[in-house]
Write a new protein. Structure first.
Ligand SMILES: [Zn+2]
Length: 77
């Protein structure tokens, strides 16, 4: 018998995310701008993020990751 459930080592994602997409091309500014990453949704399949131009506030893109760590309770099998 194993003493409890194995917890996988958690990647340091918060730090990684900071460098993931620090600049994206903004259609409104017509040049690459630093972006703010905003958590939009937390789904069983992952989290959806929205990237917003930090200069004009225009949405420059969104991204889905497969981080389901918030939904491990649903993966009991
Ligand atoms: Zn912009």
């Amino acid at each position: 018998m194993r003493p409890g459930r194995d917890i996988p080592p958690r990647r340091d994602e918060s730090q990684y995310d900071e460098f993931e997409a620090s600049e994206l091309f903004c259609e409104r500014c017509r040049q690459a701008r630093p972006v703010r990453k905003r958590l939009l949704l937390v789904l069983p399949t992952g989290k959806k993020y929205d990237y917003v131009c930090s200069v004009c506030g225009h949405s420059v893109g969104s991204k889905m990751d497969d981080d389901t760590s918030d939904f491990t309770i649903l993966r009991g099998t």
